[in-house]
Design a protein around this ligand. Sequence first.
Ligand SMILES: [Zn+2]
Length: 364
Amino acid sequence: MVWQPFKKLLFDLKKFAWNKLCEHFDQSSIEKIVSIPLSNSPSSDRRAWDLTRDGRFTTKSAYVGFIGQHHVSNNVIWKHIWRTKVPHRIQLFAWKTLHNAIPVREILNHRILIDNPICPRCDGETETALHALITCPGLSQIWSSNPLLVCTAPFADKDLEAWFRFWVIPPWLFYPVPIKCFSRPTLPTQLMTPSASTSTPWKPPPDGWITVNTDGAWDPITKKGGLGIIFRNHNNNFVFAAAFHVVASTAEETEVRAIWRAIREALDLKVEKVMVESDAMVVVNQLQRRDFSGCWNTDAYFKDIELWCNNFLATAFNFVPRNCNQPAHAIAQWGKNNELDMFWRYPPVWLLPALGGDHTTVMN
Ligand SMILES: [Zn+2]
């Protein structure tokens, strides 16, 4: 057998590398070093600053690191809340809500120990401020039937800060590079759906292109995550979908890895022109600039994406809002929750509602 000596050689190499690391580093440093993903492309080592996304040092990031990221992000929110043209009592209510100063049951239970922290309206979940004001099922009717037509489902796994950001901070203020979005409606209608449905019709790519929608799901406590990718063609046909379960350090890592996986599968499927769609706006903007630098846990994936992109006739990266990306989101959640890798040539039954909203047809 040929593989047996090869396996032994690999084992010896690993043992040698491990012993070398033990000579110079303590146990926790070694664990960090071996958890750095390796790129498939022969890229050289580089020093990566831990406090920026691309690993490049900036004095601003060092300052933010010293005083705490949370402090700065709140400042941005406050600036916009106080600037918003609403009655002052609404601004105060927003301020109180973000400071955990409204008497919802979770907060009361924490401070004066009440009998039951469960929401009295739906009897289903703990009554947090987010639940009481936004995500309680009893409220979805109110949010979706008023003239604003807001779908609250995407906020179920977010926090209140995300909700206020949605209302008061235009996304383009954070991202100076223009958002390239293929023939999609403008922002307000993308983020607000006309009914309780969470899907917005999906727009197929031009003739000759394949679109891959990607998404990452991640649990910050267990660090377990899922990657979801779905391939569709210009006729709106379902071509292929896959879910993967992963362990990751950040939510952004899962988003980058989902795109990385999509490109790799596109190569295997011999796709010539690939359009990658993701709801990770910062990552998409970076790829649109053809900037392939990441921090310690994403750099290798970016380098692979850069290398593999050369094998296509054309590649494009587009941002899509979460509610235009429901099928990929559902697949990523499936991978995370089932801790399985799975490939589908035909869409699974549980994906049909998300695809129905997209009007995708199944290819025979
Ligand atoms: Zn409730």
